[in-house]
Design a protein around this ligand. Sequence first.
Ligand code: PNS
Length: 170
Amino acid sequence: MNGQAGHCAIYPGSFDPFTKGHLDVVERAAQIFDQVIVAVVVNPQKRDPLFSLDEREQMIRDAVAHLPNVTVDHFGGLLADFVRERDATVIVKGLRVVSDFESEMSTALMNRSLSKVDTVFLPSDPRWSFVSSTLVKEVFNLGGDIADFVPPAVLRVMSAKRSTPRPAKR
Ligand code: PNS
């Protein structure tokens, strides 16, 4: 129990980039649990990250600066090992759409089997249920306005990184 009374929650993810949907989950988790650690995975499995680990961590730190019981850290390897290392009592995941549930369910059961720690799912606020990091990057790379979908701290870093779209293949 992290040497202190109360629940320490780990909110893991790639956060490439951290969206307003992620921020909403962190804000709600911070009201439920005593401590929340946003845990940035070092090497996201799905693809090469657009943002370096340092960039992702710093953007999140800026975005959650108003939440005194939230810290930001990173992990490589198994989430279950990080959970044990930090003596966390719960893993938090956001669910945007019903189809998220299928893979999240088996992941939660595997993590519980490995670490004895349960996963709590928070349903996404409907305002953000269509907002994924992948879609935000696509809109951004094609020159669209993403200001509604990412916290201001993330928008600043992304604007500085804006690249020209690649010509479409024929
Ligand atoms: O934001 P994402 O990409 O959905 O986050 C996925 C993440 C980082 C939570 C997941 O890939 C993960 O936990 N990776 C660590 C490796 C691990 O523990 N794998 C076994 C999970 S059962």
